[in-house]
Write a protein of this length. Structure first.
Length: 251
């Protein structure tokens, strides 16, 4: 959500946060406070996918999260019941194809794959991404888990996408030490700010100067490096450098 709200947009461009965690989504009951029930979201694409109509149905499932109703920052809410993930088998590939070509509509996409979505049937979304981000705390417990998951990701992706780390501060280990140990670039370091984070995760009331707070400033700064990584990858592949798609693994 922090990346969605801080991603720089050129005139006429939009960005979508697609909540594709097979273990279920959190935005509808969290940031959106249940205001939309379950009328929009990933589950509704299962039938459309089987009928070959996912491309048309996708746009109807997006929720505007801007205060002004500008529809330039949009969310595809995730599953409200993880049991529904079994019905999405053919949908993941179709979504990956849609996201790959979405720039013709002047959209960028951030994909949230949760803890395990970058492996298994939904992993095609990570394989097609320009950049894959793993979010972890800089504690021993967090980094031990990240090390195991990074190894699995590298096996799964086989170099198909760049992998970077997003650190949430709260432990003793520094950026340089983590990069050396895990052999992955730390793309962003986010401060441990529970009050500010609760605005994004649970729809809590915004504290004063939320947009200028440490958390949102750090997220805004990270978009610069992300766009550089996307541009570098695309130049190697001979693709246009503008925009991009990222898959972000949750803690």
């Amino acid at each position: 959500m922090a990346l969605l709200l801080t991603w720089p947009l050129e005139a006429g461009h939009k960005i979508v946060l697609a909540e594709c965690d097979p273990d279920g989504g959190a935005i509808l009951p969290g940031a959106l406070q249940g205001t939309m029930a379950n009328s929009h979201g990933l589950r509704n694409l299962a039938l459309a996918g089987r009928q070959g109509q996912l491309g048309e149905a996708f746009w109807r499932q997006l929720v505007d999260v801007t205060d002004a109703g500008s529809r330039d920052r949009l969310v595809l809410p995730g599953l409200y019941d993880p049991a529904h993930a079994s019905s999405l088998g053919p949908v993941w590939e179709q979504l990956a194809n849609l996201f790959t070509g979405i720039e013709q509509y002047q959209h960028d996409v951030i994909v949230d794959l949760g803890r395990r979505g970058a492996v298994g049937p939904s992993s095609v979304l990570a394989q097609r991404a320009d950049v894959v981000l793993m979010v972890t705390r800089n504690s021993l417990r967090g980094l031990q888990s990240a090390q195991v998951r990074l190894a699995a990701l590298r096996d799964q992706l086989g170099g198909a996408a760049q992998i970077g780390l997003v650190l949430v501060e709260g432990g003793p280990f520094g950026r340089d030490e983590i990069q050396r140990t895990l052999q992955a670039e730390v793309v962003a370091v986010l401060p441990w700010q529970p009050e500010q984070a609760a605005v994004l995760s649970d729809g809590a009331e915004q504290p004063r100067r939320f947009e200028q707070g440490e958390l949102m400033r750090a997220a805004r700064t990270s978009t610069t490096r992300l766009r550089q990584m996307i541009a570098t990858r695309r130049s190697r592949l001979g693709q246009p450098a503008a925009g991009g798609r990222e898959a972000s693994g949750a803690r």
